[in-house]
Each structure stands twice: as structure tokens, then as C-alpha cells.
Design a protein around this ligand. Structure first.
Ligand code: BES
Ligand code: ZN
Ligand code: ZN
Length: 495
């Protein structure tokens, strides 16, 4: 996958012969004077479209216009930015994505973009613009023979008289991480195996100068990884426990921990899932994909802090040695777990991940990502991730960066009393809560048992936010890459 080139230019170096020239308009501001001066004929056309009500410049509305004889571009796309007093950088992210999708429909390569006649883009807007263009033009075509030669957008020029190069590059880097996470989620489980995730981690480690450790099935027993060992038993595909250590900050800097559920296919195991929609369970590694996406950005931008990332990766299958309801597993921290449903497997592999990372590393904060419960889709739909925590200040930080990036998280309660829901008669805890009650929180309460006392931790359930049935603006149908932009912003605020 290669992204397009992006370059900033000032308005007095207006490029020529572009395939498309994209510009945004507010619905309540008319056409800016500077734009009228630069493009008088085009402005007349837009005025007509506005007068007729065919184009109202509502957010994400767009029209294609032609301006014969114009040197700048063969065609123009006007894209709506909505009402100016409601404007946030996310409006630009969305509008850019809408314009990028129109560009793909036109099957053209080179474009110039300006932002509603503003001469000076600020860096937040510039970053959002780059992110919107990349995320909006995302396609996953690895397994589909193209019916034409068109290979997507190649060159983008962004016009602004302010210095936006750094912000554009940053937006490109962050969205490349989002794209990696999406690709991993789109690959089928026979390709995106635990080994594939480990290979991806190896590439990231090489680029970023990170230490990579991979534990195999044979290591699980002696390390005491009873959770992943139990889940992996039913599959012949080799499981991997992947650890990446990035030490970009030295001893004085903060250390962030990340753990992602890398369940490459969830059949449900012996508590087998219904066949309808089971194909979607290739997406059950999106937590791990988000973590790898984040680490790929880290490898490139090299922030000045330390990050430890763990992705326990395995399938959940029904082979002859599969773990069974009633079995008891012992996780890395010694806690025993009664299995009541083999489909509640994500929390078991995360248990080892969380216990191991908090045992071996001194962390200033720990975030885990997982497509953990169907219940979170019922509670929040596909817009917000669900977040639970043992440290309100840390959750508040995550909520704030979620708002800023619009990679949003919504907090669920996790009072101590929820621990009652996962009490087992025969083991320390069981892997399910009370039937049809607070399933997302029961999973959070379960995970909390494996986070060493004193580590600030947030659990982020991305089962809804990680995958869309229907695409919208910069998020396509399928995997969204939820979590990547969120954590990149947290990292920036920690540096
Ligand atoms: N990977 C699933 C969660 C899931 C289910 C995500 C459906 C999206 C849609 C997870 O491993 C799972 O199966 N969870 C069970 C837990 C239950 C058995 C306690 C669930 O949510 O139904
Ligand atoms: Zn499951
Ligand atoms: Zn699962």
C-alpha cells in the first residue's frame, strides 16, 4: 500500500493542469471574495447552483463543475463544510473525505485543494485535511481484479500561505497507521494469521528500532500463559504472543502500555457462533491491528517517550483439543478462571497480556483495545468505543483526546461491585457475567483482575466502533481503524 504524495504550496504558486481542484464552502457564507477574484466564471456557476438550491454547501454535499479554458484544473469539486459557527477540524476531515471519494469516482490522479478561500490554514486543519483525504480514499482491492488501470490518487497539492508541511506530513503518518489497521482487518483469517501479525510487528520493529519478542505455543506452558494457551488449543494455526518495546524517551520519560486482542478468527469454539455473519469474525483482531497501526506510526515519527505493546494472537477454533465449557485455566498472574462460554475468549488472551505487561514493565498508563463484546454494539452502536477504567484521571485524558480526534470513547461504569458478576463457585473468577446483564462491563470487570494494582488502565471495547456495516465520510464499510488516531493524540499530549 502506498499513499499519495502531498505538498503544501502558497497561493502565488497556484499549480496548473490539475485533474481536479477541490474547494470547500460554508453553507452560510457565500463565496469568499478571494475565490471570486481568482475564479470569476466558476463563481458564477456556483452562485447559480446556490440560488437554485441544487447545492447548499451542507456538510459533505458536493458538486462537480467545469470551467472551460481554465489553466488551473480540468474540473472543480465544490464540497460543503456546513454552517460556519458549528465548524470543527472534523468537518474539514469529513469534507476532504467526501471530495476524495468524488475524485476516485472520476478516476483521476492529481489534485489541488484549498480551504474555502482561507489563505492561512492552521495546523489542526491541515492535519485533518490530510487525514480526510487518506482515510476517505481508502479502498481494499488486494483480492479483487481491477476492471481498469486506475490506481488511485497520486499527487495532492494543498494551498495555504501558512507553513503547513509538518502538519500535513503528520496527518499522512497517522492515517497510514489507520490504513494498516484497516488492511489487517480486511485480510481474511487464512492470510492475516497470528504469524502474519508477528511478521507485521517484525517490519515495524525494524523500521522503528524496537525490540521484538515473540512467544510461541511451546513457551506458553513454562511462562504460565494459561489464558492464550487454553484458547489456542482448538486451533492448529500457530498462536503468537507478540511484544514490541519502543524506548524513544529514555529513563526519565513516561512509558505507555498497549495491549490489543489479536483473535484472528472467532468461531466461538465449542460454544459455537451461528453461521450467519460468522465471516465477520475475521475482524476479531482489530484491537491488535489498532496496536500495530499505532506502533507503525510510532516507528516513523519516533515520539520522545517509551511504549510497550503486546498483541496476544490466536484463532478460537473447535479442534479436537479445544478448551471446553467447565474447564479451568490459570492465567499469568495465577488467577484461576472457570470457562462457562468458550466464545468469551478475548478476555482470556488479554488476561495474560495485561498480567504480563503490568508485571514486567513500569507503566504510567495502560490501554487495551478489543472487539470484546456484542453488548457494546447494543449499548453504543458503531459510533463510540466503550471505555472502562480503574483511574478516572486517565480515562478523562482518553475521553478528551477522543473528542479532539473524533475517534470517540464513551465511559461505562466499573464500580467494584461488578466483580460480583464474575464470581465463580469453583475458581477465582468465571469468564462470563450474569446472563444478558451488562455484558460489556462484566468483561471490563474480568480484565481488571489481571491489571496489577497501581497501574492506571483503560479498557476500550471497539466491537462497535471498529467495524461499520455502512460507511460514512472518512470511514468506509468494514474496519475503521478505531483507536489509532486516539492513541497518537494521547502520545502527543504525553510527549
Ligand atoms: N468477538 C466477540 C465479540 C463480538 C460479538 C463482537 C459480536 C462483535 C459482534 C467475543 O469474543 C464474543 O464472542 N463475546 C461474547 C461474550 C459472551 C459469550 C459472554 C458476546 O459478546 O456475545
Ligand atoms: Zn468470542
Ligand atoms: Zn472474540
Amino acid at each position: 500500500m502506498s499513499l499519495f504524495n502531498i505538498n503544501a504550496k502558497s497561493f502565488n504558486e497556484l499549480p496548473e493542469d490539475q485533474d481536479v481542484y477541490i474547494f470547500g464552502l460554508f453553507s452560510d457564507k457565500g463565496i469568499p471574495e478571494a475565490f471570486k477574484l481568482a475564479h470569476p466564471k466558476l463563481s458564477e456557476q456556483i452562485s447559480l447552483a446556490l440560488e437554485n438550491g441544487e447545492f447548499k454547501a451542507k456538510l459533505n454535499q458536493s458538486i462537480i463543475l467545469y470551467s472551460p479554458g481554465c489553466k488551473t484544473a480540468k474540473r472543480f469539486i465544490a464540497v460543503g463544510l456546513g454552517e460556519s459557527d458549528k465548524y470543527t477540524a472534523d468537518y474539514l476531515r469529513q469534507a476532504a473525505a467526501t471530495a476524495a471519494k468524488r475524485t476516485l469516482e472520476l478516476k483521476v490522479k492529481n489534485l489541488a485543494v484549498e480551504f474555502m478561500g482561507e489563505e492561512f490554514l492552521n495546523s489542526e486543519d491541515a492535519q485533518a485535511l490530510a487525514e480526510g483525504l487518506v482515510m476517505g480514499s481508502y479502498r481494499f482491492l488486494n483480492y479483487k481484479k481491477a476492471d481498469d488501470e486506475y490506481s488511485g490518487i497520486e499527487n495532492v497539492v494543498v494551498l495555504s500561505d501558512s507553513d503547513i508541511s509538518t502538519a500535513l506530513d503528520y496527518g499522512m503518518s497517522v492515517s497510514a497507521g489507520v490504513i494498516l489497521a484497516r488492511d489487517l482487518g480486511n485480510h481474511p483469517s487464512n492470510i492475516a494469521t497470528p504469524t502474519y501479525l508477528a511478521d507485521t510487528a517484525e517490519t515495524i520493529a525494524k523500521t522503528g528500532g524496537m525490540k521484538l519478542t515473540i512467544y510461541e505455543r511451546e513457551d506458553f506452558e513454562k511462562l504460565g500463559f494459561g489464558g492464550i494457551q487454553g484458547v489456542a488449543q482448538g486451533s492448529d494455526v500457530p498462536p503468537k504472543f507478540i511484544i514490541l518495546e519502543y524506548m524513544g524517551g529514555g529513563k526519565e520519560a513516561k512509558t505507555l502500555g498497549l495491549v490489543g486482542k489479536g483473535l484472528t478468527f472467532d468461531s466461538g469454539g465449542i460454544s459455537i457462533k451461528p453461521s450467519a455473519g460468522m465471516d465477520e469474525m475475521k475482524f476479531d483482531m482489530l484491537g491488535g491491528a489498532a496496536v500495530l497501526g499505532i506502533m507503525s506510526v510510532v516507528a516513523e515519527i519516533k515520539p520522545k517517550l517509551n511504549i510497550i505493546a503486546i498483541v496476544p494472537a490466536t484463532e478460537n477454533m473447535n479442534g479436537g483439543e479445544a478448551y471446553k465449557p467447565g474447564d479451568i485455566l490459570t492465567a499469568y498472574n495465577g488467577k484461576t478462571i472457570e470457562i462457562l462460554n468458550t466464545d468469551a475468549e478475548g478476555r482470556l488472551i488479554l488476561a495474560d497480556g495485561l498480567a504480563y505487561i503490568t508485571d514486567k514493565f513500569e507503566l504510567d498508563g495502560l490501554v487495551d483495545f478489543a472487539t470484546l463484546t456484542g453488548a457494546v454494539v447494543v449499548a453504543l452502536g458503531h459510533r463510540y468505543s466503550g471505555v472502562m477504567t480503574n483511574d478516572q484521571d486517565f480515562a478523562d485524558q482518553l475521553i478528551a483526546v477522543g473528542e479532539k480526534t473524533q475517534d470517540r470513547v464513551w465511559q461505562m461504569p466499573l464500580d467494584d461491585e461488578y466483580a460480583e458478576d464474575i464470581k465463580s463457585k469453583i475458581a477465582d473468577i468465571k469468564n462470563t457475567g450474569a446472563a444478558r446483564e451488562a455484558g460489556t462491563i462484566a468483561a471490563g470487570a474480568f480484565l481488571r483482575e489481571f491489571v496489577k494494582e497501581g497501574t492506571a488502565w483503560c479498557h476500550v471495547d471497539i466491537a462497535g466502533s471498529g467495524w461499520l456495516k455502512k460507511g460514512r465520510s472518512y470511514q468506509p464499510e468494514g474496519p475503521t481503524g478505531a483507536g489509532v488516531r486516539l492513541i497518537m493524540e494521547l502520545i502527543r499530549s504525553w510527549e
